[in-house]
Design a protein around this ligand. Structure first.
Ligand SMILES: NC(=O)c1ccc[n+]([C@@H]2O[C@H](COP(=O)([O-])OP(=O)(O)OC[C@H]3O[C@@H](n4cnc5c(N)ncnc54)[C@H](OP(=O)(O)O)[C@@H]3O)[C@@H](O)[C@H]2O)c1
Length: 320
């Protein structure tokens, strides 16, 4: 390690030049990700969701912000897309392929709560009440799993060719690389052509927003939510393993409570027995984590779960 090398946070934690896709990018955490990337040099940010008006309003909000970068009116783009529909996802891929031809970072962030039977499980006074609580909105599990879990695979698969294209653009050898002592080769002369530093060895990256619910045995939202988010976290770890020979990374962000459309009905205050930090997460909290993951300083991070929860998982029974 060269301990005399320049170690500059504005360089290590920068999104400079990146092309990023965020599903569910029009609100809540997805919009906070978009804001962090937009303010920190991303080249292009595609925000995807079912409601085009929400996406377009989100872009107006970011572009009108006092912290918006100057001359950055073409960075954000809205694409109407339903992550449960492979045709819709394929159309989004085709549009981005035509526009820029590669994706450095895909963020699987779209999500829904599904059946909210969490509180009723603990309120039940009889076995029949408990039975009813467990089966509440039973049909709603289907959509929760389609959006929160299955789409992590559907969307990641659809974007693989554009993720590989981002790697080859940065000089990485294409295709499958296997075997002992056989690292993927990088032609570092490609880096200067794309405006990257000579020591920038980031590979393409899938980031999935799972949740602390992925690991909690205590159920706050609902059984389907915890289970579908556990599935999302596990699939993201599996992605890191089976994409390893293909040069594509996968990491998980596991947030505790953050303000969003999903959580707007709940109190923002928490006791030390629920969130030791006493509050919901903020734009600072999530921006710092995301910029670490996507930045040059995050290049060595792969297959991990990054928890941002104010200590919540430490005060509940869980599996983390
Ligand atoms: N906020 C929290 O406390 C918290 C904590 C842990 C994890 N999370 C996770 O963080 C992610 C973002 O949630 P959020 O809290 O920011 O809530 P949110 O504001 O409701 O955001 C969810 C986003 O997902 C999009 N979406 C839902 N279904 C979709 C579909 N079929 N296709 C495409 N987009 C879809 C929604 O847009 P459309 O409705 O327009 O499609 C919306 O923009 C979710 O995965 C959630 O589970 C949130």
């Amino acid at each position: 390690m060269d301990v005399q090398a320049p170690l500059n946070p504005s360089n290590l934690f920068s999104a400079k030049g990146l092309v990023v896709v965020i599903t569910g990018g029009g609100s809540g955490l997805g919009l906070a990700y978009a804001s962090a990337l937009y303010q920190n040099g991303a080249e292009k940010i595609y925000i995807l969701g079912r409601r085009l008006n929400v996406l377009e309003d989100a872009i107006k909000t970011l572009e009108a912000s006092p912290s918006a970068p100057k001359n950055a009116s073409s960075v954000l783009a809205a694409i109407a897309c339903d992550v449960t529909d492979q045709k819709s996802v394929g159309d989004a891929v085709a549009r981005i392929e035509k526009d820029v031809g590669y994706v450095d970072v895909l963020i699987n962030n779209a999500g829904v709560l599904g059946p909210t039977n969490g509180a009723d499980l603990y309120k039940a006074d009889s076995i029949d009440q408990l039975k009813d609580a467990m089966l509440q909105d039973y049909l709603g599990w289907d959509l929760a799993f389609k959006i929160n879990t299955q789409a992590v695979i559907g969307v990641s698969a659809a974007f693989l060719p554009l993720l590989e294209a981002a790697n080859t653009r940065r000089g990485w050898a294409k295709g499958k690389v296997e075997g002992d002592g056989n690292p993927r080769a990088q032609d570092t002369s490609a880096l200067s052509k794309v405006g990257a530093d000579p020591d920038d060895d980031r590979m393409a990256h899938i980031i999935t927003t799972a949740s602390v619910a992925s690991f909690m045995r205590y159920c706050t939202a609902g059984l389907a939510y915890n289970a579908s988010k556990a599935g999302a976290a596990h699939l993201s770890k599996m992605l890191a393993s089976f994409l390893a020979p293909w040069g594509i990374r996968s990491n998980v962000i596991a947030p505790g409570p953050y303000p969003s459309e999903m959580t707007k009905s709940r109190s923002a205050k928490f006791g030390t027995n629920a969130v030791p930090q006493g509050r919901m997460g903020s734009a600072n909290d999530v921006a710092a984590l995301l910029l670490f993951l996507v930045g040059k300083g995050g290049a060595y991070t792969n297959g991990t779960v990054q928890v941002t929860d104010g200590g919540r998982m430490g005060v509940f029974p869980g599996t983390y």
